[in-house]
Design a protein around this ligand. Structure first.
Ligand code: Q9C
Ligand code: ZN
Length: 345
């Protein structure tokens, strides 16, 4: 399978995040992509650099003031105080409910809160370059699909499925899956489906397409009653307005093993088949792995070969995009198993 990758991913390397009130080393690291590339290369897959500019697609997916903010966020942080170069910014106040989100605060940390839904998304000096390269990869993959390639994998980070039109969160800044959808549509695919198999509900992708009938979003994830992102991902979220009936959530309890997970996959596949999509975007999170340090499903490495085969069986041209997966040393084998499963399925 063609694999799109940019070395710019390594420019996003924040040191720590907050976990249970403590500062801990980041789970979402450049090493994740390195393990994935190493294994894919060892198995003979061809790497390509992104060649498309995602900028026009980003303008469709995200709000202009949000893009302006994240593109220069690190410079704004340094402008507030040059000593900030050695310190990571985190939001500490958010405009929930009665508070105003129409006015951009002058204070940088307040602006960071305006554009975040958690304090778990560290920004770094190279965040924009890394995230932009990931979005460019998604646009490049969609162009390859439009030119007749069956499957393309974006081995990119930071991930994207928690990022909404005007917010970051869950390690995500730019919604690469949504960029791929818009790119496929710009290339003439009228009906596109997203299948999100990351352990965490892809709240950003859901929100971006929630009122649209031309994009079906299906997600299998940990039940938000107990799992991040908590405030999105319930089964009764089925779309709004013209998009009613075009969003399917399949939440599963913490501890779910392969048999129950693949039963949910069958339900997702049935909905995808009924929709009649022309192309598919897969948000390929691998944090469903039993060894994942921050997630709660129990898939084993061999199950990812089966996942790849099941994805191939959907019979759709597909852009696959790396999302989560934090068992770093096993991430390469798990990702490559999906890719080989698709190729051999
Ligand atoms: N500070 C993805 O898998 N963070 N994102 C938990 C809280 C939430 C995961 C720690 C995990 C986000 C793309
Ligand atoms: Zn995840």
């Amino acid at each position: 399978m063609i694999v799109i990758h940019s070395p710019q991913q390594a420019l996003h390397a924040p040191e720590h995040e907050f976990f249970r009130g403590e500062r801990v080393p980041c789970f979402e690291t450049p090493a994740r992509a390195e393990f994935v590339l190493r294994e894919l290369t060892a198995r003979g897959h061809a790497l390509q650099l992104p060649t498309a500019d995602s900028r026009p697609l980003l303008a469709k997916v995200h709000e202009a003031r949000y893009l302006s903010f994240i593109e220069s966020a690190w410079d704004q942080w340094l402008a507030a105080d040059p000593a900030n170069a050695a310190v990571q910014p985190f939001p500490s106040v958010w405009p929930i409910r009665t508070l105003r989100s129409d006015e951009e605060p002058v204070n940088f940390i307040a602006r960071l809160g305006l554009y975040s839904f958690d304090n778990g998304t560290p920004i770094s000096a190279g965040m924009w370059q890394a995230a932009k390269a990931g979005a460019d990869a998604a646009a490049t993959a969609a162009r390859l699909i439009a030119a007749g390639t069956r499957h393309v994998f974006c081995a990119t980070r930071p991930p994207g499925h928690h990022a909404g039109a005007d917010f970051m969160g869950g390690y995500c800044f730019l919604n690469n899956a949504a960029v791929a959808v818009e790119a496929l549509r710009a290339h003439g695919c009228a009906r596109v489906a997203v299948l999100d198999v990351d352990f965490h509900h892809g709240n950003g992708t859901q929100a971006i397409f929630y009122d649209r009938a031309d994009v079906l979003v299906v997600s299998i994830h940990g039940d938000p009653r107990t799992e991040y992102p908590f405030y999105s991902g319930h089964a009764d979220e089925t779309g709004a307005g013209p998009g009613l009936g075009f969003n399917l959530n399949l939440p599963l309890p913490r501890g779910t093993e392969a048999d129950a997970w693949f039963a949910a996959f069958d339900a997702a596949a049935a909905t995808l088949a009924r929709y009649g999509a022309e192309a598919l975007v897969v948000s390929l999170g691998l944090d469903t792995f039993a060894g994942d340090p921050i997630s709660g499903f129990r898939l084993q490495s061999d199950d990812y070969l089966r996942l790849g085969a099941e994805l191939a069986r959907l019979g759709l041209p597909a852009v696959l995009i790396l999302e989560g997966g934090y068992a770093t040393a096993e991430l390469g084998v798990n990702a490559a198993n999906v890719i080989d499963g698709v190729d051999n399925g």
